[in-house]
Design a protein around this ligand. Structure first.
Ligand SMILES: Nc1nc2c(ncn2[C@@H]2O[C@H](COP(=O)(O)OP(=O)(O)OP(=O)(O)O)[C@@H](O)[C@H]2O)c(=O)[nH]1
Ligand SMILES: [Mg+2]
Length: 232
């Protein structure tokens, strides 16, 4: 609806040429699909660092506890289509997330659960995070992925891979063990989000693809599409 309003008000104050160029840029932006991915888990497990690594390509020098949510976006290209991956980096601390929880789960396309491989409690608490997610009516068709972070701290690992794998399997999730800090792991961090984007692209999903004009107005139609092959 916002698209319609923006299109109308701007067109009325411009020439026909300007209006048509606005409409084409509208079409372009409408055609760019946005995948909303939320990242949840205990405080201090490295959610902010992981999302920073994926969207910014580096490890932040210093982070503070996230308050509410931070949005990060990255445009990725999959099979010739540009897709905006919108990552919602959520707060792990209860006091910083309370008022936001409803917003996190609304229209979410995928969920990334993060634990710290050096902290068993963060792994045990995953059950609570899954329950919260289920409690917000996130459909079973929404992909869920499990990420064990801080694998660079090899001397301090408390959560064995086989235990994490068993948990991931039992919840129908893919498991990634990685490090936001270690630059050699950056491709692995990318593949967490890319595998989700590929899966979402391949799924039947809402596409705002057909833009029809009626009486000079832009109307969005929804289309479902199934894609099969994906490089990921
Ligand atoms: N060694 C190591 N430290 C990490 C890694 N990822 C994050 N950290 C550190 O862990 C601490 C917490 O990282 P954050 O990304 O802020 O944690 P968070 O999960 O976003 O925490 P909240 O925002 O409170 O929920 C910081 O001191 C980071 O530098 C990692 O892969 N390896
Ligand atoms: Mg954070």
């Amino acid at each position: 609806m916002d698209f319609q309003r923006a299109g109308r008000s701007r067109a009325s104050s411009s020439s026909n040429d300007a209006a048509s160029s606005i409409t084409s840029s509208l079409e372009l932006s409408i055609q760019t699909r946005i995948f909303k991915i939320i990242v949840i888990g205990d405080s201090n497990v490295g959610k902010t660092c992981l999302t920073f690594r994926f969207t910014g390509g580096s490890f932040p020098d210093k982070t503070e506890a996230t308050i509410g949510v931070d949005f990060r976006e990255k445009a990725v290209e999959i099979e010739g289509e540009t897709i905006k991956v919108q990552v919602w980096d959520t707060a792990g601390q209860e006091r910083f997330r309370k008022s936001m929880v409803e917003h996190y789960y609304r229209n979410v396309h995928a969920v990334v659960f993060v634990y710290d491989v050096t902290k068993m409690t963060s792994f045990r608490n995953l059950q609570t995070w899954i329950e919260e997610c289920n409690g917000h009516r996130v459909s079973a068709s929404v992909p869920r992925v499990l990420v064990g972070n801080k694998c660079d701290l090899v001397e301090h690992i408390q959560v064995p891979s086989n235990m994490a794998l068993k948990f991931a399997d039992s919840h129908n999730m893919l498991l990634f063990e990685t490090s936001a800090k270690d630059p050699r792991e950056s491709q692995n961090v990318d593949s967490i989000f890319m595998s989700i984007a590929c899966r979402l692209k391949a799924q039947k999903s809402l596409l705002y693809r057909d833009v029809e004009r009626e009486d000079g107005r832009v109307r969005l139609t929804q289309e479902t599409e199934t894609k099969s092959s994906c490089p990921c």
